[in-house]
Design a protein. Structure first.
Length: 571
């Protein structure tokens, strides 16, 4: 049978039926015999690792197929088992997932340089095809990070760097913010050993000193809610994660006294109405700090995060942060995309993969997947660099609003041009101006959170080269570039026909044609004929010329030649 710790985790799930259980048992048996004589750096039997991965996936609420693939995730990479053997035993779906996980492990060796574009692309391809691959990869990485101490020193830093720079942001992006923070915190001591020791001490002292205060606030808060008859499920103190504390400290000159949310109180309530009622009660009791009220319920973060945040001058005027949310929001914030899977098990999987109408998937989930697909498409054009991908994946995001109230997710520093291309490539191409919050702005103005943006378009307008200087998203940039390239494409260009009468002499034709070539203009055809009984020759030139300005310029240059008698052109 299966080991106790996995059995315990499975028992806590009420939606694992007998058939699912059998599959998991089979996967366990197969994996444990495949890894039989293998050991981890820690000296443990190798099979302990896939078991822990399966337990993590079980706790995330994922289906039996994903849990089984988790048990099997290292058999292709680390044992003599082949993909066809695995497929024969467990079918193509598990085979595909395990194979994808293996490819990521093999090819993703991140050290922050450009040559890794191809491997990252593979990883993203796998994610785009089946998001369960990334769940397993995250669970795998989580367990590897928990046991990183046993790994040789020379490898530790590289693994921690990869975790911090690639896996944590990916987890965050698919709404698994808590897992992202776990991964960052686990990497932190390996990347910043001194700061880690210092901050661990700071947090410990703060927590010891602050415990009494938190108790007081906790007590007063529950009395307040009771007195106003607002029901709540729980009030918990949550201390700031060490890696997020470090990020904040870097912004405030490493001064711990500047950080007001070392401890925050998290209130879980039954309904959305209770969330706002609680917020009102808090603000009635204690004045809020300006600019610190965040309504992520009305405007969820791009990764789906929902909650109300506020910081108030609490007991003894001490700035204290509160986070208010429903139980459902809390669950989603913890597990992100995995939470959606928890509700919709294997039955719907097939639809999902085939890209049919997906009734269960939230729009935000589809958006993320579409965005991943979009990156992947752009990669094949060779237009995206690792840098731009990293920026998009990992950069801070803002959200702005269309006139019809749709929320658009953009990287920080985006401009109306990025917004326009995010709505539709035609809107981008035809953009001539923008209104932000009902005021006309220039196209290079940086957008900020909550801006209402309206794009003004004009038919047949084309992108301007200068846009490339301030467009931020790779989507806008690649679209502008390709539109500009289309304009230069000879197969669709406009042709100008020149009729020139010049004095006939040796080398006159090359004198004239060189005017075109010096201006990098492609000549399609040249024809010349002496005009009988005169000292003139008639030259006809057909050339690729796109604008009237260029045509005029060439006309002028030809006229400048002292042998020119007459020159005309027409498109
Ligand atoms: Mn593994």
């Amino acid at each position: 049978m299966i080991p106790n710790n996995l059995a315990t985790a499975l028992n806590q799930r009420d939606n694992i039926d007998e058939q699912s259980f059998d599959l998991i048992v089979r996967a366990y048996k197969f994996a444990s015999s495949a890894h039989q004589d293998q050991f981890r750096y820690s000296g443990d039997q190798y099979i302990t690792h896939p078991i822990e991965v399966a337990i993590i996936l079980t706790n995330w609420g994922l289906d039996a197929l994903t849990i089984s693939a988790g048990l099997l995730h290292d058999v292709i990479e680390d044992t003599s088992c082949t993909l066809p053997e695995l497929e024969k035993e467990f079918g193509p779906e598990i085979g595909f997932i395990v194979d994808s996980v293996t490819k990521i492990s093999k090819r993703l060796r991140y050290s922050g340089n450009e040559s890794q574009v191809e491997t990252l692309k593979k990883m993203i391809l796998a994610i785009g095809k089946d998001v369960r691959v990334i769940f397993i990869k995250l669970a795998d990485r989580l367990h590897n990070m928990r046991t990183l101490d046993a790994v040789p020193l020379t490898k530790q830093r590289r693994i921690a760097l990869e975790t911090n720079d690639i896996y944590a942001p990916l987890a965050y992006r698919i709404g698994m913010a808590n897992i992202a923070s776990d991964l960052e915190d686990l990497s932190f001591p390996f990347l910043h050993p001194n700061e880690s020791r210092w901050l661990t001490k700071v947090m410990k002292e703060h927590f010891e000193q602050g415990e009494e205060y938190v108790q007081k606030v906790h007590h007063q808060m529950s009395e307040l809610l009771n007195s106003k008859a607002v029901s709540f499920i729980s009030i918990d103190a949550r201390s700031k994660r060490i890696s997020s504390l470090y990020k904040k400290l870097k912004r405030v000159g490493m001064d711990v006294n500047q950080v007001h949310d070392l401890t925050a109180l998290r209130i879980i309530v039954p309904t959305i109405a209770d969330c706002y009622a609680s917020l009102g009660i808090i603000h009635e009791a204690w004045p809020p700090l300006p600019g610190k009220i965040k309504d992520y319920i009305a405007l969820p973060k791009p990764n789906g995060y929902r909650s109300l945040h506020t910081t108030v001058f609490c007991i003894d005027q001490k700035p204290t942060e509160f986070q208010i949310r429903t139980k459902e929001m809390h669950q989603e914030n913890e597990f992100g995309l995995a939470a959606y899977w928890a509700y919709h098990k294997s039955k719907t999987t097939k639809n999902y993969q085939e890209g049919n109408k997906v009734s269960f998937a939230k729009q935000s989930e589809l958006d993320i997947l579409n965005q991943l697909k979009n990156w992947q498409d752009n990669f094949s054009d060779g237009q995206l660099t690792l840098q731009s991908l990293k920026e998009e994946l990992f950069m801070n995001r803002i959200f702005v609003i269309t006139p019809t109230g749709e929320v658009i997710d953009l990287p920080e520093g985006s401009t109306p041009i990025d917004f326009a291309y995010m709505i539709h490539s035609d809107i981008g191409d035809n953009c001539i101006g923008a209104r932000v919050n009902n005021k006309l702005v220039s196209l290079d103005q940086e957008l900020v959170d909550g801006d209402v943006v309206e794009i003004i378009t004009q038919k047949n307008k084309r992108p301007n080269k200068s846009w490339l200087q301030f467009a931020k998203t790779s989507k806008a940039k690649s679209r502008i570039r390709s539109a500009l390239r289309e304009e230069e494409d000879p197969t669709i260009s406009t042709r100008a026909r020149y009729k020139i009468i010049v004095i006939d002499q040796v080398g006159i034709i090359s004198q004239i044609t060189s005017i075109f070539s010096k201006n990098k203009i492609n000549i399609v055809a040249v024809h010349s004929q002496s005009i009988k009984g005169t000292r003139f020759v008639h030259i006809k030139i057909i050339a690729d010329i796109f604008t009237k300005d260029t045509a005029e310029k060439i006309l002028y240059k030809i006229r400048e030649n002292k042998n020119t008698h007459e020159v005309h052109y027409q498109f």
